[in-house]
Design a protein around this ligand. Structure first.
Ligand SMILES: [Ca+2]
Ligand SMILES: [Ca+2]
Ligand SMILES: [Ca+2]
Ligand SMILES: [Ca+2]
Length: 488
């Protein structure tokens, strides 16, 4: 599997912290009432959290939904139709959206190696040829009380050829709160790593229509598809646009320098995308494209800001110290304007750059993470450490935009549950759970920090302004393997 970064933990927000609007009338049986909170599956006015655990149950994988009222639901691959095979990795990615158009949030779950059966070695006398994977995404329907496993929608890899990574990375394209969501599926390993992104729109029965497959050879998308570019390895959506990371892209012959393409559609032609690409050699972008920068390894977008992780950027003598490039989005033009590069060398940013920090291994942008109404960038540095004797414990930094004022946290910070341990930061990622949306100036989203790599994975949720963190672990330990490998 290429990287755990793509293994999404779907954090449907906790709502324990995000008190929302008062409860309205009961939901109609045929649908769900609107919620003032983005990730509120059961429509009680507070966000819920979804966590993927793709290595659980002997690599079949599962997803745990944590409702804000304390209810928890564990959804195992084996509860769904079809033979999961030897190792489906169900739960590698998770995403919430109303794909079926009934007003209820549905849960999309990637199962990138679904059905795969390993060939038997002929020397063992078997010679069973095995079975290739049928990569798929399950769309689990939402109801007024929560996610149900009945009548799931199955979305298949449109090509079903060589391993494409289909289901390792998901996003939801929904330009308006009341528009129907399109499911966006990255296929970074497709066609020799040229990659691609598949878009699925659904009918009233929830069935997916003919997918639209976009790569850098698609007319209207600049550049051309090149091997090993891994177009689709990271995804983020904002308005009519999808940011597509291709951190394997060679730039002027410098391998894995990396690029990001912003694909943009219109209301009139929702299935036609134009694309503009950026690298560290683009005008106004800092740092210069060098071999193994991995620009685009992570992407995030919110409130007009776009953040691109460059986790293997070298800074001075520091190898793979890492950085984040900030852009502003020009919504009408479908373009980006570079703002600045942020690293642990930037004035005011806490911490310092060291070899292999990988600052920027995950990024997210939310509103009110530190102060009500103020946009903020959160950055993971998965191999950062406080104590050189305990390496790679990981750290995360929250910075207001555009001032870059903020704080750095780790498992040894006061009030953060858990304890530092060697390697605890591996595959750490950050995400945002939406707070009540009523008043922008008062909005306070929560930050989610997923730490899947330890023997007992942990997901932390907090509005840092509260100064406290809620900690979630699997409801079925020790069969959990990487609780938190995906969050949304
Ligand atoms: Ca809820
Ligand atoms: Ca729905
Ligand atoms: Ca560079
Ligand atoms: Ca550092």
């Amino acid at each position: 599997m290429r990287s755990h970064r793509a293994l999404t933990v779907a954090l449907v927000s906790t709502g324990l912290l995000l008190s929302g609007v008062a409860a309205g009338p009961p939901a109609h049986a045929a649908g769900c009432r609107p919620s003032a909170v983005p990730d509120d599956i059961d429509r009680d006015g507070r966000s819920d959290l979804v966590v993927g655990d793709p290595y659980a149950d002997r690599n079949e994988g599962r997803v745990e939904v944590v409702y804000n009222d304390g209810r928890r639901a564990m959804i195992r691959r084996s509860q769904l139709p079809g033979d999961p095979g030897d190792a489906s990795f169900f739960g590698s990615a998770v995403a919430l959206g109303d794909f079926t158009g009934d007003g209820c949030l549905d849960l999309a779950v990637g199962s990138p190696s679904d059905g795969y059966v390993e060939p038997e070695d002929a020397d063992d006398g078997g010679g069973d040829p095995g079975r290739p994977a049928e990569p798929k995404v399950f769309v689990l329907r939402g109801t007024s009380t929560g996610i149900t496993t009945s009548d799931p929608v199955v979305v298949l890899d449109p090509e079903m050829g060589e391993y494409s990574g289909f289901g390792n990375d998901l996003a939801v394209l929904q330009p308006y709160p009341d528009s129907r969501a399109q499911l966006v599926v990255g296929m970074p390993s497709r066609d020799g790593g040229r990659g691609g992104v598949a878009f699925f729109a659904f009918d009233d029965d929830g069935q997916p229509g003919e997918p639209v497959l976009v790569d850098r050879d698609t007319p209207g998308v600049d550049g051309s598809a090149t091997p090993d570019s891994m177009f689709g390895a990271s995804l983020a959506t904002i308005g009519h646009s999808v940011l597509v990371g291709a951190d394997g892209t060679a730039v002027s012959g410098r391998r894995r320098a990396g690029s990001v393409t912003m694909l943009t559609n219109t209301d009139a032609a929702p299935q036609t995308f134009k694309g503009v690409s950026y690298s560290q050699d683009s005008a106004g972008v800092s740092g210069g494209a060098e071999t193994n920068d991995r620009f685009g390894y992570s992407v995030a977008a919110h409130g007009g800001w776009v953040a691109v992780g460059v986790p293997e950027e070298n800074l001075g003598e520091d190898v793979d110290a890492g950085a984040v490039q900030l852009f502003r989005r020009n919504a009408g033009a479908g373009t980006l304007t570079p703002v600045q590069m942020v690293s642990q060398e930037t004035a005011g940013v806490p911490g310092g750059s060291e070899d292999y920090d990988r600052f920027g291994s995950s990024v997210t942008v939310g509103r009110g993470l530190q102060r009500a109404g103020v946009l903020a960038l959160a950055v993971a540095a998965e191999n950062e450490e406080d104590d050189p004797d305990v390496p790679d414990t990981g750290a995360w930094t929250v910075l207001d935009l555009p001032t870059l004022r903020g704080s750095r946290y780790s498992l040894s910070s006061p009030g953060v549950p858990g304890a530092d341990a060697r390697g605890a930061g591996a595959f750490m990622h950050v995400a945002v759970l939406g707070g009540p949306q009523a008043a922008t100036a008062e909005r306070r989203d929560a930050l989610v920090v997923a730490l899947p790599s330890r023997s007992r994975g942990r997901v932390l949720v907090s509005p840092p302004w509260l100064g406290s963190w809620e900690s979630f672990q699997s409801g079925d330990y020790p069969t959990s393997a990487e609780f938190g490998a995906a969050v949304s």
